[in-house]
Design a protein around this ligand. Structure first.
Ligand code: B1M
Length: 213
């Protein structure tokens, strides 16, 4: 079996140590990191479809997610590799009530790789926690991730809390996650929506470069 197919199969089975080993082997074989990442994301997508169709349940999804994170950890040194001094600061978190962190972690890695300093507030981040972090770290960007339609309003609430504290105008606010759309970003007046981690990193870099220029 081709190694990328094997990675996909083992991730779906939630075999974290095997995924870690296979990702490492794939890198040693010279397989492009983007292809390995696509295999991991694709496998998680298959788990998602099975979850939706009630073919697998939360425990299976959770162990698949652990296997995904194990694979990502191996890719981390490459995704975050940058010889340059950070050009700006980002605060990132998954919004209140939402525990999904794989996409957020990926966005973080890509942003670090794009030469940004990233402060990760984790998951289930309440609007007030974003506000406190902005006061403490004075970032250029606040980046929010949401994976549930029910938690997306946390993005709007965070924007409102930042506005109320007079912090909104000096920040670029970026949002993303599977249910989030460009239209939703417009509706809540977020500055940037991107559909994936690579474009999030690219747009974040662009926004900071524009600000500095
Ligand atoms: Co959950 N879950 N989950 N889950 N889960 C989804 C999201 C779901 C779509 C599954 C389904 O029904 N098909 C569904 C949401 C339905 C909806 O609201 N539309 C769902 C549900 C319902 C739930 C629970 C409610 C289930 C339950 O308990 N009954 C529950 C909620 C818990 C909570 O958060 N309060 C729940 C729980 C879980 C687990 C804990 C078991 C686990 C999460 C573990 C973890 O993250 N550590 C889990 C998982 C793994 C998933 C699926 C299967 C995979 C998500 C994932 O990691 N994908 C997911 C199904 C799916 O998405 N197909 C599902 C891989 C990851 C790389 O993609 O995060 O989308 P993603 O990130 C992408 C982009 O979205 C983007 O970049 C990444 C790609 O480059 N992106 C950004 C993400 N954030 C960004 C921010 C940006 C820009 C881009 O700018 C700031």
């Amino acid at each position: 079996m081709e190694i990328l197919d094997e990675i996909s199969e083992k991730l779906q089975a939630g075999a974290a140590p095997k995924v870690r080993q296979l990702v490492s082997d794939a890198l040693n074989q010279g397989i492009d990191v983007k292809k390995i990442l696509d295999a991991l994301i694709g496998a998680m997508g298959i788990v998602g479809v099975k979850f939706k169709n009630n073919e697998v349940y939360v425990p299976e999804v959770l162990i698949a997610a652990r296997a995904m994170n194990a694979g990502l950890e191996i890719l981390k040194p490459i995704l975050t590799e940058t010889g340059i001094k950070p050009i700006g600061k980002v605060i990132i978190g998954t919004v209140a009530g939402d525990l999904h962190d794989i996409g957020k972690n990926l966005v973080k890695m890509m942003m670090v790789g794009a030469g940004l300093e990233v402060i990760d507030l984790g998951v289930d981040v309440a609007p007030q926690k974003f506000v406190s972090a902005v006061k403490e770290y004075n970032p250029d960007i606040v980046a929010m991730s949401a994976l549930l339609t029910t938690t997306m309003p946390g993005m709007k609430k965070t924007l409102e809390a930042l506005e109320k504290e007079g912090l909104r105008s000096k920040l670029t606010v970026m949002i993303g996650g599977a249910p989030v759309t460009e239209n939703y970003a417009k509706e809540i007046s977020a500055d940037i929506y991107t559909p994936d981690a690579a474009s999030a990193a690219e747009k974040a870099r662009e926004a900071i470069t524009k600000k500095v220029a």
